[in-house]
Design a protein around this ligand. Structure first.
Ligand code: IMP
Length: 214
């Protein structure tokens, strides 16, 4: 277990005008926090680490929707490339589960899990692919649900983990980036369903939080 690439509290990212962002979001973004290229480079290394640990048995990869879909797709691409290009190769099956726990930029206190037939997990080596861990409540609720179905092994990879006093102390097996306690969007992470269609992970400005508030 490593804490991933650490982004310090004082790191505020990059001037958005030095990157390409969709015109419809230009006025909503404060800064580009993690550029898309860096996300992909870090994901490539996570794929290698995961395959080194789990690559002796078939992997049942579980994407946590909606925020995890971009990370999941890119991680799977890197794992498939390793399967094609190295001697170690294992079949990957995929499934999807949906969780919802946020309204605006605050947790709504409830975690709902909407998913497929979870009984398929029995005896499998599961890799749960999450977008972000904040308090840790969502992933812990999902893990306890999955464990009811007696998988052989469960590992969790999260692209982002927030450093926050609200944390339950939960840490995933693999972390892309450890980030300060800021609300981030982009690369499928949303604010009330907006900003999933943004490649870079960005910080919103206060005006945008008001504009898209429910
Ligand atoms: P937790 O249960 O507090 O760990 O929250 C995890 C879930 O909340 C994630 O799967 C996201 O859906 C959402 N979330 C938490 N922080 C952020 C954020 O900064 N941006 C977008 N979604 C977030």
């Amino acid at each position: 277990m490593t804490s991933g690439l650490q982004i310090k509290d004082e790191d505020c990212g990059f001037n958005k005008n030095l990157f390409c962002v969709p015109k419809h979001y230009e006025d909503d973004l404060e800064r580009v926090f993690i550029p898309h290229g860096l996300i992909l480079d870090r994901t490539e290394r996570l794929a290698r680490d995961i395959m080194q640990d789990m690559g002796n048995h078939p992997i049942f990869a579980l994407c946590v929707l909606k925020g995890g879909y971009k990370f999941f797709a890119d991680l799977m691409d890197h794992i498939k490339a390793l399967n094609r290009n190295t001697d170690q190769s294992v079949p990957i099956t995929v499934d999807f589960v949906r969780t919802k726990s946020y309204c605006n930029d605050v947790p709504n206190g409830m975690v709902s899990i909407i998913g497929e037939e979870l009984s398929a997990f029995k005896g499998k080596n599961i890799l749960v692919v999450e977008d972000i861990i904040d308090t840790g409540k969502t992933i812990q609720a999902l893990l306890s649900k999955i464990k009811e179905y007696e998988p052989q092994m469960v590992k969790v990879v999260s692209l982002l983990v927030k450093r926050t006093i609200r944390s339950s102390g939960y840490k995933p097996d693999y972390t892309g980036f450890e980030i300060p306690d800021k609300f981030v969007v982009g690369y499928a992470l949303d604010y009330n369903e907006y900003f999933r269609d943004l490649n870079h992970i960005c910080i919103l400005n206060e005006k945008a939080k008001e504009k898209y508030k429910l």
